[in-house]
Design a protein around this ligand. Structure first.
Ligand SMILES: C[S@@+](CC[C@H](N)C(=O)[O-])C[C@H]1O[C@@H](n2cnc3c(N)ncnc32)[C@H](O)[C@@H]1O
Length: 287
């Protein structure tokens, strides 16, 4: 696998990269993950039920993929990029990086737009909003302020077409993560990247969408990992190094790989540092 080592994002030349910047996105961690992915030839089907920005999917592009997320707007966006990328590009082109215009687009009622316009709106807001992070308030409304970037690439045609190409033949599903476990068969590969278990009570990594991902959800996910393991699936899980994560996964014969991530380290998000995260695998290096 050929790597570009020019900057810390460690992009790979053989896959494509996400079209959205996403909270908890894994693009920067691919280099650390790469040695641990199962061999393509050993994988029957690929499932990613917390797709978010899809860094791992776009990098791997295994055949027979099913992607899902609880966020229906995100899944609609991928459907539009899959089915009508030229329409999305055309709808993106008129958007401009100006504060007044940004707030005007942000205040639009998505229900009054076409599906292609909604997809373009999310990409535009994602490229021009503060920190480029998707965040909704309690009512499910996107509420991030303008980002003041000097020249953001709002319409990256090459990247959008590459993403559309990668999404051809892919099943896109809206729903809770455990829906995808119901159809599991031996040899399927599940990459699981849930909102992380908080290292402390103030972590904001659980607020991706209308409601958070609480301890019960972490327990439901662990049950799913155990049952996928019993069925003979490959499972790779990203999570924080919180005590809860060790409690839920230790003692089941899984491998724990420490991952060094650069993350926000305080609740105001103005300080960054290296944080230990985990990759938890239910299979050996040579599969
Ligand atoms: C850490 S992000 C995934 C990031 C992704 N791996 C990337 O590289 O961009 C977690 C995702 O899980 C989704 N999510 C949260 N709760 C969920 C649930 N119960 N079922 C399915 N998806 C959920 C969120 O909408 C979010 O997109």
């Amino acid at each position: 696998m050929q790597r570009l080592m020019s900057d810390e994002t460690h992009s790979y030349v053989n896959g494509t990269s996400p079209i959205l910047k996403w909270a908890g996105g894994k693009q920067r961690l691919l280099r650390q993950y790469a040695p641990h992915f199962p061999e393509k030839s050993a994988v029957h089907r690929y499932f990613e039920p917390f797709i978010g920005g899809g860094a791992v999917f776009f990098h791997l592009q295994y055949p027979n993929s099913t992607l899902s997320d609880r966020n229906e707007k995100l899944i609609e966006l991928y459907r539009m990029v899959q089915r009508d990328v030229e329409g999305v590009i055309d709808a993106l082109k008129p958007h401009r990086n100006e504060a007044d215009y940004y707030y005007q687009v942000r205040s639009q009622d998505p229900a009054t737009l076409t599906a292609v316009e909604r997809a373009a709106r999310i990409i535009f807001l994602n490229k021009t909003c503060y920190n480029g992070l998707y965040r909704e308030n309690q009512k499910g409304i996107f509420n991030v302020p303008f980002g003041r970037y000097s020249n953001p690439k709002i319409c990256d045609e090459r990247k959008l077409r590459a993403a559309s190409h990668a999404l051809q033949g892919v099943d896109l599903v809206t729903g809770d993560f455990d829906e995808l476990a119901k159809i599991a068969e031996a040899g399927d590969f599940y990459y699981l990247d849930p909102p992380y278990a908080p290292l402390n009570g103030t972590s904001n990594f659980t607020t991706y969408s209308k409601s958070g991902f609480d301890e019960d959800d972490q327990r439901r996910l662990a049950d799913m990992v155990h049952s996928l393991t019993d069925k003979g699936c490959f499972v790779m899980l990203s999570n924080s190094s919180a005590e809860l994560v060790y409690d839920l996964y230790q003692g089941h014969g899984y491998r724990f790989i420490p991952i060094k991530a650069r993350r926000m380290i305080n609740s105001k998000g103005d300080r960054r540092g290296h944080v230990k995260e985990l990759l938890i695998l239910n299979f050996d290096e040579k599969n």
